[in-house]
Design a protein around this ligand. Structure first.
Ligand code: AMP
Ligand code: GLY
Length: 426
């Protein structure tokens, strides 16, 4: 069985690792991959948006299934393309272009939620034609803060929270008229700010059936104490803080109406779905849908799962076991990330740490240099995950491992999981 994983981050390394861990017989290909995926499969230097290149690899290598990590190829219609070209000869993990609008267009997603009665923040849509009118109405009706969201994909940067009415006007103008995020912000959603506790749920969805994966929490700010700029994520913990009581509400108020709503629109959604939630007084509201798994939540979730992925993806069965252990994931980044940083530094300590029990090192921004050494090649370089029977033990193990891996300009948060210590039996 030959499987092609699309993507190059820590999420894809963790997914590839989990496929191999649960199905040792699988031959893995990763496009384009990184130094970590090269150690468990074959990297192919194909861009995830090069659909013809992907189709050629499928034919030449006899690939039977494709698993897509990032959203961009899904939003661009990779599933539609592969299904048109190969029919049901290839199974495919990830929704089609229509289903991917849940992430690819915030305007579409908000209208979908409104139509289906799914709880989400109140909103208006603005574009060149009605910007002033909408901004004035928002400023008149709601107190700040306001949340401004680019309609299209903006590499995780398209959401801006503003604290007063002047900024609302300036930033909305910059987004829409000056195209701050290119065509992605030609239309924007202006939302009411929801105060509360954030949580994420991850699902596998296949038409009218779904299964919940373990929950996880991510840490988006660059520095300790949730300070500094937003990043792609500086760490994660699984499970998160949601209890059975919260999950029951999420299922009946959010997941089930989402799945019914997609079917009503004739969308047969096959893929992972990640729902970002805000709990306001214990009631869940949807902040966003993503048509993929989270990064770095996946790096915390995968080591906790025993799962028959082929059953799930190919045969429509859902056999899965979640280990009771906690997982703590710490991102090792390059000093300066998410702004400017240097690359090309040799990483030491990887092999020793990689051999330790219940420690997992997933690569994100790494590559092999001409001498075959692993060097830094991005802002987020590695994700170090440790399992432990208690949160405090998993945390200690993760940070011990982090100390043993070194490269110039290494930088990480020291407080991943600290806020959850009071909430759970740490
Ligand atoms: P999104 O990409 O839509 O999840 O937004 C990114 C981040 O902005 C979220 O993780 C929240 O922290 C914050 N956010 C988004 N929408 C809202 C909202 N309506 N109220 C408060 N915070 C929000
Ligand atoms: N961890 C946030 C994301 O993957 O979008």
């Amino acid at each position: 069985m030959r499987i092609l994983v699309i993507g190059s981050g820590g999420r894809e390394h963790a997914l590839a690792w989990s496929i191999k861990h649960n199905h040792p017989e699988v031959e893995l290909y990763v496009a384009p991959g990184n130094a970590g995926t090269a150690s468990i499969g074959t990297n192919l230097s194909i861009d995830p948006l090069d659909f013809e290149g992907i189709a050629k690899a499928v034919e030449e290598l006899g690939i039977e299934g494709i698993v897509v990590g990032p959203e961009a190829p899904l939003v661009a219609g990779l599933r539609n393309f592969i299904k048109e070209r190969f029919g049901d000869k290839i199974w495919f993990v990830g929704p089609d272009k229509e289903g991917s609008q849940l992430e690819g267009s915030k305007v579409w997603a908000k209208r979908f939620m409104k139509e289906m009665g799914i709880p989400t923040a109140e909103f208006y849509v603005a574009d060149e034609g009605n910007l002033n009118e909408v901004v004035e109405r928002v400023a008149h009706e709601w107190d700040p803060p306001y949340v401004l969201k680019a309609d299209g994909l903006a590499a995780g940067k398209g959401v801006i929270i503003v604290d007063n009415k002047n900024e609302l006007f300036d930033i909305a103008t910059d987004m829409v008229l000056n195209r701050r995020f290119g065509e992605a912000s030609a239309s924007i959603v202006i939302e009411r700010f929801l105060p509360g506790m954030e949580a994420s749920v991850f699902l596998w969805v296949d038409g009218d059936s779904y299964v919940l994966l373990p929950t996880a929490k991510d840490y988006k700010k660059a520095y300790d104490g949730d300070k500094g700029p937003n990043t792609g994520g500086m760490g994660s913990v699984s499970p998160g803080w949601l209890t059975g009581y919260h999950i029951a509400k999420v299922k009946s108020r959010i997941i089930e109406p989402t799945i019914d709503g997609l079917l009503q629109k004739n969308i047969h959604y096959t893929g992972f779905l990640y729902i970002g939630l805000m709990f306001v007084n214990d009631d869940p509201y949807v902040l966003e849908y993503n048509v993929r798994l989270g990064d770095p939540e996946t790096q915390a979730i995968m080591p906790r799962l025993e799962v028959d992925w082929l059953g799930m993806w190919r045969d429509g069965t859902f056999p899965m076991r979640e280990k009771p252990d906690y997982a703590v994931t710490v991102i090792l980044a390059s000093e300066g990330y998410p702004e400017k940083y240097e690359k090309g530094f040799v990483i030491t300590g990887l092999e020793d740490v990689g051999r330790e029990k219940d420690i997992f090192v997933f690569h994100a921004g790494t590559k092999l240099n001409e001498k075959g050494e692993v060097v830094t090649n991005g802002g987020r370089v590695l994700a170090v995950t440790a399992l432990g029977p208690r949160l405090s033990i998993a945390r200690d193990r993760a940070y011990e491992a982090v100390e043993k891996i070194n490269f110039e300009n290494k930088f990480y948060r020291t407080d991943i999981g600290v806020d959850l210590m009071e909430k759970v039996n740490a």
